[in-house]
Design a protein around this ligand. Structure first.
Ligand SMILES: [Zn+2]
Ligand SMILES: [Zn+2]
Length: 351
């Protein structure tokens, strides 16, 4: 069975031949993977940066964003049928800790992440806990259903920051920033600005029909943003770049009382003038991780059904799974929005 794994503790990911899976245990469901998105997390693991090299135990099959078809069902699982299409929440929460029991399973302290802490779904078949599966409506195409997870990250961030009638600045135009821009606009932000130095990504942001796309390296970027935000600066900042300098600049620009949501993971500690830029301005800082289970999933499903054209614009590349190296190269070059790998090729071969 074809799979993509972090086989060695160095830069890169490799194809591996995995043994066929056995019948799923009670509580588990086996899926044929149809399509899977390459996440920023997979790219961290590919680069073998400080975060990933500290967390991943090699060898590990990676990948966690997918759509699949149910092919086998564990003994005590009810509510699923063979052939149904499903995606899944990749954070496997314990279900019993205080956070899980108070509706905050997305920050469960015992979370295990598929493709990070346990084997991932970049493979022909995968076994997933039934509790984490999400049934995909027929109207959502495969390649859209494959990116429920990152659209969920964006949705969780936009909902937590509450963009309604607010001037909203998105720092970073990677896939999550682009999805967040589309969602913020649809959710009634007064204005939406994306700050992105990479031209290919800036062009995708332009196509989303938002108010301003700006290159932070251009000298008039700051004044252009202030113009869009009635001169006061953004009321909401969504930080998805993980870049400390960009965060500092955004805190400078933010209007007093602004909400600044942080989703990008910096490569190391970031220095901030907390007194001047946060405390004295009354800024509300929010850490954003994962998706609310399963409120965010309902919101993403509704968004995908209503705005398929926006999801389509952010998915720029669909490659056969065997061409995964080209997908990671696109991410290296920043020459893409979302890259989706097609795993259905193996069934077509077999048929
Ligand atoms: Zn992801
Ligand atoms: Zn828990």
């Amino acid at each position: 069975m074809f799979a993509i794994a972090k086989s060695k503790a160095e830069r890169g990911v490799w194809s591996v031949d995995e043994p066929e899976l056995q019948k799923p245990e009670p509580g588990m469901v086996m899926v044929d993977v149809i399509a899977a998105g390459i996440c920023g997390t997979d790219y961290h693991i590919y680069r073998w940066d400080q975060w990933s090299s500290g967390r991943i135990r090699t060898p590990m099959v990676i990948g966690h964003e997918f759509v699949g078809r149910v092919v086998a069902i564990g003994d005590d699982v009810t509510g699923f049928e063979i052939g149904e299409r499903v995606s899944a929440e990749c954070h496997i929460a314990c279900g019993t800790c205080a956070l899980c029991r108070s509706g905050n399973a997305h920050i469960c302290e015992k979370t295990e992440i598929i493709g990070v802490d346990r084997p991932g779904i970049f493979r022909e078949k995968a076994i997933i806990p039934a509790t984490n599966l999400w049934k995909v409506p027929d109207a959502i195409p495969d390649h859209h259903a494959a990116v429920f997870d990152p659209v969920g990250n964006a949705m969780h961030m936009v909902a937590a920051a509450d963009v309604r009638a607010k001037d909203t600045l998105i720092v970073g135009g990677g896939p999550i920033g682009l999805f967040a821009a589309a969602i913020a606009k649809a959710h009634g932000a007064r204005s939406v600005t994306v700050q992105e130095p990479n031209q290919a990504r800036a062009a995708i942001a332009q196509s989303l029909d938002i108010d301003l796309v700006t290159n932070p390296r251009h000298e008039n970027s700051r004044s252009d943003i202030l113009d869009v935000c009635s001169g006061r600066g953004p009321d909401v900042v969504l930080e998805v770049s993980g870049n400390g300098a960009a965060l500092n600049a955004a805190l400078d620009l933010a209007a007093p009382g602004a909400t600044v949501a942080l989703l990008g993971i910096p490569g190391g500690p970031v220095e901030l003038d907390l007194g001047g830029k946060v405390v004295m301005k009354g800024i509300r800082l929010l850490g954003i991780t994962g998706r609310r289970m399963y409120e965010t999933w309902f919101q993403v499903e509704a968004f995908m059904l209503k705005y398929p054209e926006l999801i389509e614009k952010v998915i720029t590349h669909r490659l056969p799974a065997t061409d995964f190296a080209a997908g990671f190269q696109l991410m290296d070059d920043g020459a893409c929005g979302k890259v989706v790998l097609d795993f259905d090729i193996f069934k077509q071969e077999a048929a």
